[in-house]
Design a protein around this ligand. Structure first.
Ligand code: DAT
Length: 183
């Protein structure tokens, strides 16, 4: 894979931890400051799966699509080459290690998460399943296993607005550092 001008980032975490919120906030902040050639793009893998039919049907029991990993990777390959992508998904292990410069794992207190998922209208089994996954840190374990390079995976709290602000600040510092190491 050739060297990219901008990094690729995955924001992962249990549904409801704030992946879309952080992605949008990074995008707003960076794209306001950047020129046309330095723009980041947000790709919600969940939306992409639905839009491009990258699945093998809907699983009624779990109320989610049975995603096709290979189709997702094929769809993303050329976009990833050019860099500047903020991917947002609750899974991380399907992505090749060299596609991603940073993997952010968002974490949230399970009571806060429960409320967010209830507000979203999830049925109780699905709330419980996601809540258990968060308590056991499943997304973090998956990311650490898939991306063992030191510093590639960063765990961030995502419970309050203050977290959003500090996460954005931390990301901006990381990006400046990435740019100076890759110029
Ligand atoms: P995800 O994309 O991980 O499913 P989301 O970005 O849609 O999650 O956020 C779920 C809800 O939580 C939404 O109502 C916004 C809220 N939220 C996200 N991050 C937050 C934060 N740092 N502080 C307060 N609320 C937050």
């Amino acid at each position: 894979m050739s060297k990219r001008n901008l990094p690729n980032i995955l924001i992962t975490g249990t549904p409801g931890t704030g992946k879309t919120t952080l992605s949008q906030s990074i995008l707003e902040s960076l794209n306001r400051a950047s020129d046309q050639q330095n723009q980041f793009k947000h790709i919600s893998i969940g939306d992409l799966v639905k839009q491009k039919d990258l699945h093998n049907g809907y699983n009624n029991e779990w109320q989610c699509y049975d995603v096709d990993d290979d189709k997702i990777l094929d769809e993303l390959e050329s976009t990833i080459e050019s860099g500047g992508n903020i991917l947002d998904w609750h899974c991380s292990e399907i992505f090749p290690e060299n596609w991603l410069d940073l993997v952010i794992v968002l974490r949230c207190d399970h009571q806060v998460l429960y409320q967010r998922l209830e507000d979203r209208g999830y049925k109780s089994e699905k709330i419980q399943e996601n809540n258990d996954a968060e308590i056991f840190g499943e997304c973090l374990h998956e990311a650490l296993e898939a991306f063992p390079n030191p510093g590639q995976v960063v765990e961030l709290q995502s419970e309050e607005i203050e977290n959003l602000e500090s996460n954005l600040e931390r990301f901006t510092l990381w990006l400046d550092n990435w740019k100076s190491n890759n110029s």
